[in-house]
Design a protein around this ligand. Structure first.
Ligand code: ADP
Ligand code: MG
Length: 284
């Protein structure tokens, strides 16, 4: 079984989507006939080398761009050609974390303001100050860090803040696009473990994009391999690792394992009595 509720449509679905950039005379094919499903509760990895179309896929999924052909669906409904208003639920429910938190965090805003911003934008009420504090605590930021500015933080801390900001609107899906790729190896393992534990704690579904098979293996239940804008392989992570069916996948697996032995298994979370004991927490 790849999903928990067969009666429910996938949270996100891409159906034979194609996307081109460039001019008519010099087109760049970013995606050709790509299909995928992200089911509730799943952690799906998308792996491929630089330029294989991963970020394009992410942008299609959050309606930042539209495909030339094919369809993109959120909870079974097409998001292609919808108005901003019609996409409100998508924009709240599907949040992204990017490689570079400087692109996400406004340098002029204090950390607390950056995390509160999506709450204000989405007109989510309540005690914002308290909620922001809880979010910053959930991502492991030290007390009082809400008053700081992005440049006063380390790279790992900035990425933690970007994660807090993504969690702020209580999303159902997290899309991480090379979210740990720019971090030092030691910090990378910490932030990766943080993402894995938050996804579990809050019952999120995740699309985890990376060029790095070792990272994918650590967090994803299923993996899809993109090569030059096409899906060449898809399957349960361990199965793909043990028996890659496409030579490109085999090459990705044998290329530098950047996490080496350094990554730790996610620690048993201390906020629950055991797997599924109390169900998922509410995002603060
Ligand atoms: N805005 C853009 N304009 C022109 N070409 C683009 C644009 N975005 C991506 N591309 C091209 O599309 C292809 C896929 O890019 P991308 O989705 O960024 O791949 P990845 O995230 O896997 O590195 C690449 O050839 C890239 O150069
Ligand atoms: Mg990319």
């Amino acid at each position: 079984m790849t999903h928990l509720s067969p009666a429910e449509p996938p949270l996100l679905e891409v159906l034979s989507a194609s996307k081109r950039y460039g001019s008519r005379s010099h087109p760049v094919r970013a995606l050709s006939g790509v299909s995928l499903q992200l089911w509730r509760g799943e952690r799906l990895g998308v792996v491929g080398e630089s330029g294989s179309g991963k970020s394009t896929l992410a942008r299609l999924l959050v309606a930042l761009e539209m495909p030339e052909a094919g369809d993109i669906r959120f909870k079974g409904k097409s998001i292609v050609g919808r108005s901003r208003r019609e996409l409100e639920e998508l924009h709240r429910s599907v949040q992204m974390v990017f490689q570079d938190p400087f692109g996400t965090l406004d340098p002029r805003l204090r950390v607390a303001e950056s995390v509160a911003e999506p709450l204000r934008a989405l007109k989510i009420g309540g005690d914002l100050g308290r909620r922001v504090e809880e979010l910053l605590e959930a991502v492991g930021m030290p007390a009082g860090s809400g008053r700081r500015y992005p440049h006063q933080l380390s790279g790992g801390q900035r990425q933690r803040v970007a994660i807090a900001r993504a969690l702020a609107p209580s999303p159902e899906v997290l899309i991480a696009d090379e979210a740990v790729s720019a971090l030092d190896v030691a910090v990378r393992a910490q932030v990766l473990n943080l993402i894995a534990s938050l996804v579990e704690r809050f019952g999120l579904s995740m699309l985890f994009i990376s060029h790095d098979m070792a990272v994918i293996r650590h967090v994803c239940t299923r993996v899809l391999v993109l090569f030059r804008g096409e899906v060449v392989e898809e399957g349960p992570t361990e199965q793909v690792f043990r028996q890659p069916s496409h030579p490109y996948t085999a090459a990705l697996i044998s290329s530098v394992p950047t996490l080496g032995g350094r990554i730790q298994e996610p620690k048993a979370p201390d906020w629950e009595g055991g797997p599924g004991a109390t169900g998922a927490d509410q995002i603060p």
